[in-house]
Design a protein around this ligand. Structure first.
Ligand SMILES: Nc1ncnc2c1ncn2[C@@H]1O[C@H](COP(=O)(O)OP(=O)(O)OP(=O)(O)O)[C@@H](O)[C@H]1O
Length: 249
């Protein structure tokens, strides 16, 4: 029997009079790598933001580890084990890779208020390990502003892992990257997710990456779920093919 980590029922989100999500049902099994795909404007980012607690006015139910979380704040959700990547803010672009990763570990420890030398040194050591994990040791002292897009995405991924989330949400983690970089990053993500027993929900436009990385795929169209299944089932689904070949993408 599969162990359900997240279960959404009847999720609805409107921006003013525009309904971006309409009655979405969605299940995520613990330990699975799950891709959310669909044409532009389908509501994928909106759904990820709903799960991460970043949007007001979300209707319906989202159960995480059996508890209702639909109307909790991001910080609460992070404590319960839901994590997502964030773009590194402007102020941090002139800090180094190591400084940014150290900050991520200090934030994850929730200890800004009582920052001590011991805490900083512990966070620094963990940061160096994580930088190694994401393959950036050779860029440890580089300013984030000087990183390539691919390296910056690796750093953002590592920073999201600093909080040690059970569920990792990645919204278009490979946007703007070359095909080769995309595959490299997502292979790294998949390997880390598997090695640490995490669950992954990611939005991805590159269907080759999706078919390689995802164990399960949900297809959204115009705010609703069109289909969900294994990558093979989704690739063979006539309705899904019609959406993708019909020029909406
Ligand atoms: N803050 C907002 N205010 C109004 N409309 C919004 C807002 N955010 C998103 N939308 C609209 O909601 C719809 C769903 O957007 P969303 O970004 O969730 O889609 P998506 O599937 O992630 O698309 P893409 O693949 O282009 O990122 C779109 O029509 C978008 O224009």
């Amino acid at each position: 029997m599969t162990d359900t980590l997240l279960s959404a029922r009847g999720v609805r989100k409107a921006y003013g009079s525009f309904v971006a999500l309409n009655n979405v049902d969605f299940d995520l099994a613990r330990g699975e790598r799950h891709a959310l795909i669909g044409p532009n404007g389908a509501g994928k980012s909106t759904f990820i933001a709903c799960v991460a607690g970043q949007l007001p006015g979300v209707e319906g139910s989202i159960a995480f580890k059996g508890q209702e979380v639909a109307r909790l704040m991001p910080a609460d959700l992070a404590k319960r084990g839901i994590g997502r990547t964030f773009q590194i803010s402007r102020a941090f672009l002139h800090m180094t890779v190591l400084e940014n990763m150290t900050a991520a570990f200090v934030i994850a420890a929730g200890r800004w208020a009582s920052l001590s030398r011991a805490l900083l040194s512990d966070a620094g050591a963990r940061a160096a390990d994580m930088i190694d994990t994401v393959g950036l040791t050779h860029r440890l002292a580089a300013r984030v502003a000087d990183l390539s897009l691919g390296d910056r995405k690796r750093l953002e991924f590592g920073m999201a892992l600093a909080a040690d989330p059970d569920l990792l949400l990645l919204d278009e983690p490979t946007a703007g990257m070359s095909i080769k970089e995309r595959h490299h990053l997502m292979e790294l993500v998949a390997a880390r997710v598997d090695a640490t027993g995490k669950t992954l929900l990611f939005v991805e436009h590159d269907i080759d990456v999706v078919l390689k990385i995802a164990q399960r795929v949900t297809v959204m169209v115009r705010g609703a779920v069109l289909a969900a299944g294994s990558p093979e089932e989704i690739a063979a689904n006539d309705e899904v093919q019609a959406v993708y070949l019909g020029g909406h993408h």
